[in-house]
Design a protein around this ligand. Structure first.
Ligand code: DP6
Length: 347
């Protein structure tokens, strides 16, 4: 009972910020993202009666108990759904440079959800895979699909209506997303902890909820009409509103660093010169800059000249999660995934 799957990271245009149910990963608001071509996770899952416990190999190394526990808890949901009680060997390779400022949890849990449900024999459509991925990390439910994706928050207490769906193919509208790395140190406040503290203590949080659904409708319309100026404007404003909530938290915090502001300033400067370019920022100091492909070389050049910028990764819309065959693998992923390939038993 084995399967292999690949899923790409995504960047939120309208942010998921705050949970109404922490156990089921149910969000307070709907969100919208672009799945990216450059970064992805490849995961193999093999369930076998000969395994005494779950095992998790990440980038070729067996992980510790704490990391394995996270995977086990997630697999418990898949096992419960399938009515199967077998342990699994999970092996994952992240083609997501942590230094790029992308979280690997979105691509990681999307790939794991697809590989695990397939390996255990569940024949389910992507919307159910998305619902399962959501319970590993909220943003992972969006990485099940490619291109432009919406995660509808849903209203059901059991989370049955909280999953992502595609709103438009990436090929229908190409955009350039430059991930501008200003600091590769680990985040001080993880997104999970940051959103919880904000929901619990920030007086500005209700203000966030007041306008986020409207932002999402504007962004969705802008995508469908390929209106880059309108999309950029609402994306940038939405990110700033999300970050504003953190300043009101107790204790207060911000993900911005001096270098974050340097990049924001450069984007505003280019805009003042007539280049349509906008930024968004997730739960960390790095900045994602959006522009149209015809301007990407210029934007990259300007950003690379900022002294506090360490590196820039250029991305475009990417595909949704897919089941792969082992023979289609190549290079490092193949080597790492085959290293722990579990075939030794006769069951
Ligand atoms: C700021 O999906 O990482 O990137 O559900 O607790 O795992 P958990 O959080 P996560 O949060 C992402 C927050 C964000 C905005 C977004 O991606 O929508």
């Amino acid at each position: 009972m084995e399967a292999l799957a690949k899923a790409h990271t995504n960047i939120a245009l309208i942010k998921y910020w705050g949970k109404r149910d922490e156990t089921l990963f149910l969000p307070m608001n709907s969100s919208l993202s672009i799945t990216l071509d450059a970064f992805y996770t490849t995961t193999s899952v093999e369930f076998c009666s000969c395994l005494k416990s779950d095992m998790f190999v990440l980038n070729g190394n067996l992980t510790n108990e704490e990391e394995t526990k996270k995977i086990s808890n997630f697999l418990d949901k898949v096992r419960a759904l399938a009515g199967v009680n077998l342990h699994a060997m999970v092996s994952s390779v992240n083609n997501v440079p942590t230094s790029a400022g992308f979280a690997s949890s979105a691509s990681g849990f999307a790939a794991l959800a697809l590989a695990a449900t397939k390996a255990i024999g569940l024949d389910i459509d992507h919307s159910i895979v998305s619902r399962i991925a959501r319970q590993g990390s909220g943003s992972a439910c969006r990485s099940v699909y490619g291109g432009y994706v919406e995660w509808e928050k849903g209203v059901a207490a059991d989370g049955s209506d909280s999953y992502a769906s595609p709103i438009m193919d990436g090929e229908a509208w190409d955009l350039s997303i430059l991930s501008v790395m200003v600091d590769s140190r680990n985040k001080k406040v993880l997104s999970r902890e940051g959103m919880k503290r904000t929901v619990d203590t920030s007086p500005f949080y209700s203000g966030w909820l007041d306008t986020v659904e409207e932002d999402l409708e504007i962004a969705k319309g802008a995508i469908i009409n390929r209106d880059f100026g309108l999309l950029g404007k609402v994306v940038e404003a939405n990110a700033l509103k999300m970050h504003a909530t953190t300043l009101g938290a107790d204790p207060p915090f911000t993900y911005f660093q001096g270098a974050t502001l340097d990049v924001m300033e450069a984007v505003k400067q280019m805009r003042a010169e007539g280049v349509p370019v906008y930024f968004t920022i997730d739960a960390g100091p790095n900045v994602k800059v959006l522009c149209q492909p015809e301007n990407e070389a210029y934007v990259q050049k300007v950003l690379a000249a900022i002294p506090t910028v360490q590196s820039i990764y250029l991305c475009h819309p990417g595909p949704g999660a897919k089941v792969l065959s082992r023979s289609s693998l190549s290079g490092t992923s193949k080597k790492m995934l085959n290293q722990f390939h579990h075939h030794s038993c006769t069951n």
